[in-house]
Ligand binder design. Sequence first.
Ligand SMILES: *Cc1c(COP(=O)(O)O)cnc(C)c1O
Ligand SMILES: [Zn+2]
Length: 427
Amino acid sequence: MPALDATDVAPTPGRGASPRRFGSATALVCRECGATYDLSARYACEECFGPLEVAYDHPPVRRADIEAGPPSLWRYADLLPVPPDPADRPTDLAPGWTRLHRADRLAAELGMRRLWVKDDSGNPTHSFKDRVVAVALTAARTLGLSTVACASTGNLANAVAAAAARAGLRSVVLVPADLEAGKIVSTAAYGGTLVAVEGSYDDVNRLCSEVAFDRADWGFVNVTLRPFYAEGSKTVGYEVAEQLGWRLPDQVVVPVASGSLLTKVDKAWRELGSAGLVEPTPYRVFGAQATGCAPVSRAFAAGLDVVAPVRPATIAKSLAIGNPADGPYALDVARRTGGAVGDVPDEEIVEGIRLLARTEGIFAETAGGVTVAVLRRLLESGQLDPDAETVVLNTGDGLKTLDAVVDVVGPTATIRPSYESFQEVGL
Ligand SMILES: *Cc1c(COP(=O)(O)O)cnc(C)c1O
Ligand SMILES: [Zn+2]
């Protein structure tokens, strides 16, 4: 948790209360002590400083209604803290409903029976972050906030700047100055305010918490709007279940930065089970980190409940959060479901990127390389069952992290434009 004295939590600006402006969401509830709060731009409990989460009181949701919805995450609007009427939401990029790709060639190479890649590189700004931003921006608009802001390791910056451009909202995005050029340049192109901070992601995040103190009309999507932001990640879980024909897989491997996505895939599947939308079959949740930033994996291996912060040093910058806010909850989910959290060094991340590309035609960013490489490790160590149906999440596009592979892949040959020269390649 970013340290923020609860008395400093900004008051909520807003338009008058209308009971349906957050759909069937009813309150923010403290994950530690259960204290409840109005739906507003707050994220820390005033009693115990625990993180707040959105609670709902759902009317029945039917498969047929979801199936009749748009081919985007808005097909699940009834399960999110958003106004049910699209007209009450900002114009957006309609992310989600990305493909679930059956990965038979990768499965064969790894000795697995049935493997799927949920490919979130197909989102509008090429990462899963478009999902969390769609929900957070809707909350910002519903709460009447003037500006959307964030601290980002790159993908969130892209997603916030693009979605704000589409919605006609002002954006202020803060990133570590040493990010990949592909992420900085593409964020800047969307035309919002981009501030490069000479420090780590954790420094940037701390700075945002400070700035948020006296910018009551700004919504920091992953800080002050975090409870809403996090709900957007559930849509990955909903989609996997629907795309499998309304059932849950046996195992899932999820990349871990703050740990939020991992916990929300689990939340989504529990919700679908209790809503009667799927059979509540057991599943195991596995987390994937880079060894150069593996605080959750280390805590898992050591049998600890607390996650000791680390200083990140890895090519997987989108996962380089040294002090993960949802780390302890991600540990809980991995342990409760019989999963695990693993990590891989940078060389294996590069191998993971190449393995997925050469077997399945999917060019992932470093986070995807982490996930595929951890999948392989967990199979080798016997923690993952090769015979159980497994889904791995590819959360981002390789074109944003070309630096990671530029030294190890290139042309098979470079020749003069003559037939003789071509013959010399020996094809
Ligand atoms: C943000 C991000 C994640 C996971 O983020 P959490 O903070 O753990 O929810 C995974 N992959 C990519 C590419 C990301 O940008
Ligand atoms: Zn509390």
